[in-house]
Design a protein around this ligand. Structure first.
Ligand code: F6P
Length: 285
């Protein structure tokens, strides 16, 4: 064991690996002949990025566990200080059309599955026209640009703009519960709001962080826990958006207060400006 901060080491490793992951997408746009633990067909790139991150993160001093949306079992490591949960390639169905995707990570100080209150840091990489990272720790959010293994701060103390501009909601409209559909009508009818939906959560959430607004992948009629995963997506996103002055909700409470039962649990996810999430919770009551 060393005295180095394992959280810093994990974040530095993910940031350094991002350029490589981006380059490695070329030639890996096909499907792998396998499903992830949530029953979704994996892309070759999902499997490859998971293996790359598992190798690198599980060998860092201080890391007790590595878990990923792309593998059933948690990897137990030699140390006992922090646990790392990763969605190696969020939105990988966008590979085929060459649209935005990301990598999401949460760093917890408890064994997984852990509640959001055990997070000590979280963030995401966005593979957009340029590669960026949004990172939250100790209640503050920082944005970076990543090139050739280097990271450059582009904005410190990032907060959601006060006036919400963009909205995006996942799932098929006919599958939305009536109360959620009513709420969406209200959001859409405001002339100050505009639709932004790209099919990769991290791209859509990053727009909310940039412009203000709301993103949700709600509970659906036939899937009351929605689609997104609590450990790998819900908690890390909620932690960062709350650190940026926004709110998160599973429809009733902060996502960070949801008790996990399994590492692959799903959660209805709603994040954005606090007043929009307050109104959402009123609408779903
Ligand atoms: O698996 C997660 C994900 O790819 C998210 O990135 C995205 O928001 C969502 O699924 C898209 O789902 P759908 O295809 O149902 O719109």
């Amino acid at each position: 064991m060393t005295d180095a901060d394992p959280v810093d080491d994990v974040v530095a490793t993910i940031a350094r690996s991002a350029t490589e992951i981006r380059q490695g997408l070329v030639g890996r746009r096909g499907k792998a002949d396998a499903e992830n633990p949530s029953g979704e067909t994996q892309a070759e790139a999902d499997v490859w990025a998971d293996e790359l991150l598992a190798d690198r993160l599980s060998s860092i001093d201080g890391v007790a566990q590595y878990a990923s949306e792309e593998r059933s079992d948690i990897v137990d490591c030699e140390d006992d200080r922090i646990t790392v949960a990763v969605d190696p390639l969020d939105g990988s169905s966008n590979l085929k059309s060459n649209n935005t995707m990301g990598t999401v990570f949460g760093i917890y100080d408890e064994p997984l599955p852990a509640p959001g209150s055990a997070l000590v840091a979280s963030g995401w990489i966005l593979y957009g026209p340029i590669t960026t990272m949004a990172y939250a720790r100790d209640g503050t959010v920082t944005k970076y640009e990543l090139t050739g293994g280097e990271r450059t701060v582009v904005e410190e103390d990032v907060t959601l703009p006060e006036d919400p501009l963009v909205y995006g909601f996942g799932g098929r409209v006919p599958d939305w519960p009536d109360d959620f559909r009513e709420y969406v009508r209200e959001i859409e009818s405001n002339p100050d709001h505009k639709l932004r939906y790209g099919g990769a959560m991290i791209g859509d959430v990053n727009q909310v962080l940039t412009y203000g607004g709301i993103f949700a992948y709600p509970a659906l009629e036939d899937s009351p826990r929605g689609k997104l995963r609590l450990q790998f997506e819900g908690n890390p996103i909620a932690y960062l958006i709350e650190a940026a002055g926004g709110r998160s909700s599973d429809g009733r409470q902060s996502i960070l207060d949801v008790d996990p039962t399994d590492v692959h649990d799903r959660v209805p996810l709603h994040v954005g400006n606090a007043d929009l999430i307050d109104r959402l919770e009123d609408a779903l009551e």
